[in-house]
Design a protein around this ligand. Structure first.
Ligand code: NAI
Length: 711
């Protein structure tokens, strides 16, 4: 696990877990590191220095998430003892009295960086694939292997919190060096030589700065004047940033850092361990590890991609429609190096779509993230046009014209004989069933829904919708395209509203239903943000426009199938009245649930309290659970109906596409954590009080009875 090589008094420790592709902090590591530090102590009189490096392509992957996700509250004492042992070993290493240097040959994240921080010097290979940081906060944890204690002592409270701990950023080597958590960046081939050179030229006491006499934390402690001004505002800023959502990790990190900065190293380290244990034994870390590690890994590993289809890489894409979505799609494709032909009704309209990329790129140049030469190369990949014949040679087509089935079929017909004969045909429709659309195109087996989210450059999800005739080849190729443009694909079967729009609809319409009941709209929005929703329901309904639910209902009625199209939803009475009686259609129209004054932030329309019941008294927990349950119940229905093909797709799709609170780990993980039986019981209670839409679906009842969970 840790190879030992002594070369004239310089010991190179090479971490190499024989049973895994990456080194993690498992039992074998703890045992091996324990034996290694014991030997170092025994032989230290003969040693000139120690180099810590790795035989894997990553330096060290960090904590073992498989183990971490199984920790129960009753394991608290054992977890505390283990983490203290890990830290005792690293403390022994850094206080050995001989120079210790980390030669970081690959990514050092979480526990990996913590090992490096316990070395007195950190040298990293100059390779942009390397990521350095402590991303624990993104998994509901804190860096409990000394990460908080040491970064605070290296960088000071403010920088440690703001630049390293609270964002959980994964930094490239140069960035890590500029922040100050690594000391040198050298060419990969010279890494070990640089480490040896550092040892050979080391002159003085081999100690960490914080173990030297007279050491003071950079920037001072909470009682120093500068920090005394900064710290009191900090919890309030954090609360604002989290919008009141109950995320325990950022708070625990801040407490561990501030409390730890006022005591000696050993006490700080123990405080950090206590906070770590409280997070690791809690439910939120489990939810976040499930979603952001296991579910994401399963999706990225091709969980939903049909096997047996050769890997595909798009060369030239034709984007039909250069409006808001088409312009964004052109941008993300060009960013991935794909040539783009961007077509609209006229060259001028297409050029306006290209201007969107120019604007985004100009911002990047202004921020120093891109150069004029990069921008020129980027823009040269986008060819605007009004002529369908310019799509010659495209092996991929993504359509984003107006939401009109007839028009969509017409634009596909225009390019049918122009593009490559086997080009993949994708539609970005957000509401039209894919099977029906596919019936109007030449090659329905090559046709698939590719549903992006707005704004395309920022939203990480793409929902792929499989029509009745869509072939496995088309699914696999569409999956590969989404990975090529560095987004996360979920694959669902066709249904009205697919998965995301359907489930999103239940959330925003629940918000509207609460208005109908007379709940104060301010309370509705606040309940949502405090439950962890990144955006509240009435504001989101304004974004998508209040006529959308009407359109979905009317289309569904016209198709003779209004089940699930909100036809009998109590929220519909509110959107209908706002549109028909008050002409308040949402943000684009300038008025909706909110007013959007030109000179200030949006605010809820006071008329909501005048024109709708104003005496609703619904407990906060009911407001919050109604939103969460509405989405989770609809997700279970999607799984039951076969619209969803996998549980990871449900969890990730709900977080990345439609704002299900990340702290719950996704719409089905929320049900798992609630307990299926308890969830079904509570759903029945909500159904009794608020309406039959909360009745638990058959699949939930079956799984609860069988003692199963969604996995
Ligand atoms: P938009 O109105 O901004 O853009 C549509 C564009 O299509 C316009 O530039 C229009 O000139 C162009 N167009 C019309 N006829 C054309 C033709 N014959 N050939 C080429 N271009 C033509 O609409 P937006 O918002 O970009 O939506 C486009 C599609 O994406 C719709 O199907 C919509 O449902 C879907 N969608 C929209 C989302 C959103 O948040 N706006 C999210 C996900 C999907």
């Amino acid at each position: 696990m840790i190879e030992w090589k002594n070369d004239a008094g310089v010991v190179t420790l090479t971490m190499n877990d024989p049973d895994a592709s990456a080194n993690t902090m498992n039992d074998a590591y703890v045992e091996a590191m324990g034996a290694t530090v014991e030997r170092l102590v025994a032989e230290k009189a003969l040693l000139k220095g120690v180099i810590v490096t790795s035989a894997k392509s990553t330096f060290f992957a960090g904590g073992n998430l498989q183990l971490l996700s199984q920790i129960q509250p009753s394991d608290a004492a054992e977890v505390f003892a283990t983490i203290e042992e890990v830290k005792r070993q690293l403390r022994t290493l850094e206080t050995l009295g001989v120079p210790v240097v980390a030669a970081i040959n690959g990514s050092a994240l979480g526990g990996g960086l913590e090992i490096a921080l316990a070395c007195q010097h950190r040298i990293v290979a100059d390779d942009n694939r390397i990521e350095i940081g402590v991303p624990e906060v993104t998994l509901g944890l804190l860096p409990g292997g000394g990460g908080v204690t040491r970064t605070v002592r290296m960088l000071g409270l403010q920088d440690a919190l703001m630049k390293v701990l609270l964002q959980g950023q994964r930094m490239k080597p140069a960035h890590a060096a500029s922040v100050g958590i690594v000391d040198e960046v050298v060419p990969a081939a010279e890494l070990l030589d640089a480490a040896r050179r550092w040892i050979a030229t080391y002159d003085g006491d081999a100690k960490q700065p914080w173990d030297r006499d007279g050491y003071k934390i950079p920037g001072g402690t909470p009682s120093s004047p500068k920090l005394a001004a900064f710290l009191p505002a900090f919890p309030a800023n954090l609360r604002k940033q989290l919008k009141g959502a109950p995320y325990p990790a950022p708070r625990a990190i801040m407490s561990a850092a501030v409390e730890g900065s006022q005591v000696d190293f050993e006490t700080a380290s123990r405080i950090e361990s206590r906070y770590f244990v409280s997070l690791a034994t809690g439910q939120i870390a489990k939810n976040m590890i499930q979603a952001f590690f296991f579910d994401l890994q399963s999706i990225n590993a091709g969980g939903s991609r049909p096997s047996g289809v050769p890997k595909y890489s798009a060369r030239k894409v034709g984007v039909l429609g250069a409006g808001m979505m088409g312009a964004g799609i052109a941008y993300v494709c060009a960013k991935a190096g794909i040539s783009v032909v961007l077509k609209d009704v006229s060259l001028e309209a297409a050029e306006r779509g290209k201007e969107y990329s120019e604007k985004l790129l100009a911002k990047q140049v202004a921020k120093g993230r891109s150069t004029a030469a990069d921008v020129e190369a980027f823009l040269s990949r986008i060819t605007p046009t009004g002529d369908p014949n310019d799509l010659a040679g495209c092996d991929l087509v993504i359509e984003a014209v107006f939401e009109d089935g007839g028009l969509k079929q017409k634009v596909f017909a225009e390019i049918a004989d122009v593009v490559e004969p086997d080009a993949l045909l994708c539609s970005n429709t957000s509401t039209l069933p894919i099977t029906a659309l596919a019936d109007g195109v030449d090659r329905p087996d090559d046709f698939i829904g590719m549903h992006f989210f707005s704004p395309v450059d920022r939203m990480p999800l793409v929902e792929l919708i499989v029509g009745e005739k869509t072939s496995d080849r088309a699914i696999a190729q569409a999956y590969d395209v989404v990975r090529q443009i560095k987004k996360t694909p979920i694959v669902v079967n066709d249904s009205r509203g697919f998965f995301t729009s359907r489930v999103f609809g239940t959330l925003v319409m629940e918000g509207a239903a609460m208005v109908a009941e007379g709940v104060d709209p301010v309370m509705i929005e606040r309940a949502a943000t405090q439950a962890g929703f990144p955006a509240p329901p009435l504001a989101m309904l304004d974004e998508v426009t209040l006529t959308l639910p009407q359109k979905i209902r009317d289309d569904a009625r016209a198709a003779g199938d209004s089940a699930g199209a909100f036809d009998d939803h109590p929220g519909m009475a509110v959107t209908d009245r706002l549109v028909n009686e008050f002409d308040r259609r949402g943000k684009a129209a300038g008025v909706g649930f909110y007013d959007y004054p030109a000179d200030g932030p949006k605010r809820l329309w006071p008329g909501l309290r005048e024109h709708f019941a104003a005496d609703g008294d619904v407990p906060l927990v009911d407001l919050q659970e109604r939103m969460l349950f509405a989405m989770s119940l609809e997700t279970v229905k999607c799984l039951d109906e076969g619209v969803l093909r996998s549980v990871p797709d449900a969890n990730i799709g709900s977080i990345f596409g439609i704002g299900f609170p990340p702290l719950h780990g996704g719409a089905l993980q929320y049900v798992n954590a609630y307990g299926l039986t308890a969830f079904a019981d509570r759903a029945r209670e909500l159904a009794t009080t608020y309406g039959a839409r909360f009745e638990p679906p058959a699949l939930l009842i079956r799984k609860a009875a069988a003692g199963e969970i969604f996995c």
